[in-house]
Design a protein around this ligand. Structure first.
Ligand code: ZN
Length: 263
């Protein structure tokens, strides 16, 4: 299967109602040539490749370029997960063509998903930027914030990139404090999600309120508030781990109500 990207968009066959990853025929036979290609291994018995296409590539007949976010829930889960991996590699391939140490054009590594500098020997691996994402609870309510990065009026859990030298727990405490003025405790791992837009790994946590009053900067964060499960604002779609955190919170509240005790 050929997970071929032009920019952020994946080449899919649109011949049938459900989009499919092109397979069996080599891309060259469809008149599509690649800038680079990485072998990803097999899915079942099928060999999978990540392919970086030039930006002027036109889609072959009965095919189209579609955004990965829009394809969530439409591609089968295996294909979607491999596409996420492929996009992470292609995004890195596009932005790390030269050696950061000496400036030479780096060559594709002979055996690994990496590039190697022919001049100084530096090996360049795909870049992954870790970011934490956290749902903070207080008396049965969740702390959600509206970021200025969101186009629509959307509230989500707090997120931010890990800085050099930080533990993940330190990032959680710093980001929640910086963005909302709230102190946190009982930080617990929840799960993780590769997020190749362009190169993040989201590491999710739950935490409890430890002190402070909500205070936002009005620039990066426009508003933040405590929301109960039955009065949630507009929240992110099912694709993201942010939504998985909020769904977990809602389910937990429902169980608490049924159990007749309050937390
Ligand atoms: Zn070099």
């Amino acid at each position: 299967m050929w997970f071929a990207f032009r920019g952020q968009k994946l080449l899919v066959s649109t011949e049938r109602p459900i989009p499919e990853i092109p397979s069996s025929v080599a891309l060259e036979e469809l008149g599509v040539s690649s800038l680079s290609e990485y072998y990803l291994g097999t899915s079942g018995n099928t060999h999978c490749h990540a392919v970086h296409l030039p930006k002027e590539t036109e889609p072959p007949v009965n095919m189209n370029f579609l955004g990965l976010r829009g394809l969530f829930g439409h591609l089968n889960e295996d294909s979607y997960n491999i596409a996420v991996r492929a996009l992470g590699i292609i995004n890195w391939d596009r932005t790390h063509r030269f050696c950061g140490q000496c400036g030479s054009l780096a060559e594709k590594h002979s055996s690994m998903i990496a590039r190697q500098c022919p001049t100084c020997g530096l090996t360049l691996f795909p870049r992954i930027s870790p970011a934490v994402i956290v749902l903070v609870e207080r008396n049965g309510k969740a702390l959600l914030a509206r970021s200025s990065r969101f186009q629509e009026e959307l509230y989500s859990v707090i997120a931010g990139f890990v800085e050099p030298g930080e533990t993940l727990e330190e990032t959680v405490r710093r980001e929640v404090k910086e963005e909302t003025g709230i102190d946190t405790k009982n930080i617990r791992y929840f799960g993780s999600q590769p997020w190749p837009f362009p190169d993040s790994l989201m590491i999710a946590f739950t935490a409890r309120y430890a002190g402070g009053e909500i205070k936002v900067d009005g620039e990066e964060i426009l508003n933040a508030a405590w929301f109960s499960a039955d009065q949630l604002p507009n929240i992110p779609g099912k694709i993201s781990i942010a939504r998985a955190l909020i769904d977990w919170f809602v389910l937990k509240q429902a169980k608490t109500v049924r159990g007749g005790k309050k937390v």
